[in-house]
Design a protein around this ligand. Structure first.
Ligand SMILES: [Zn+2]
Length: 201
């Protein structure tokens, strides 16, 4: 046994984990080696000192404070854990994403003019322009999408113009509000409100 190994094994010996022939070999080396004997004595003194010191007791909340101070980024793939914890919200988010993207592609493909209303027979449609002539009256909301509307008559409801334009003559009377929706997302919001309103009826 050399001195390096002896010093290494001294720690084990003091811990009480070095037994049998190994412990005997260490003792034998120390008997013949004054240097190691001195090191052992110093270690023994230090060991005894440490053991005699009162054990500092950690505050009860120390563990929680340390865990709380650890950066969150150490958790791997935290979004995955979030998905596992909130399956319903995650499914709803994916559903909404698919709905919005398919809606947006619909919005870009659909270029035809659409007219919606209760009394369409009161209207005159020429090309991409819808006329509500003077002396004619439409009861209820009137919606024109991707077109122009010229109002000379009376509208007893709201006028909704989606991605289009409108013109009101001096003879025009609109009892409700006039809304122009020219953004895809605004229209999405409008359609969703219509859908929710329809479901509520
Ligand atoms: Zn030695």
């Amino acid at each position: 046994m050399d001195c390096k190994q002896a010093v290494r094994e001294m720690h084990e010996f003091l811990d009480g984990t070095l037994t049998g022939p190994k412990a005997a070999a260490l003792k034998e080396h120390m008997l013949s080696c004054p240097d190691c004997r001195l090191v052992f004595q110093q270690l023994e003194t230090t060991d005894a000192l440490v053991k005699s010191m009162p054990r500092p007791s950690a505050p009860d909340d120390l563990t929680d404070r340390i865990m709380g101070a650890l950066p969150q980024s150490r958790k791997k793939a935290s979004w995955l854990q979030w998905v596992k914890r909130h399956p319903a919200i995650s499914v709803a988010s994916v559903f909404l994403l698919v709905m919005v993207s398919s809606f947006l592609s619909l919005w870009n493909e659909d270029t035809q003019m659409t007219v919606k209303g209760a009394n369409l027979d009161q209207l005159v449609i020429k090309g991409d322009t819808v006329y509500l002539p003077a002396g004619h009256k439409v009861n209820g909301d009137l919606m024109v999408k991707r077109g122009k509307i010229q109002v000379d008559g009376e509208l007893n409801g709201n006028l909704i113009v989606i991605d289009g334009t409108y013109a009101l003559a001096s003879t025009a009377k609109i009892s409700g509000e006039t809304r122009v929706i020219d953004q895809a997302l605004q229209w999405l919001w409008f359609e969703m409100n219509e859908m929710v309103g329809g479901l509520a009826k």
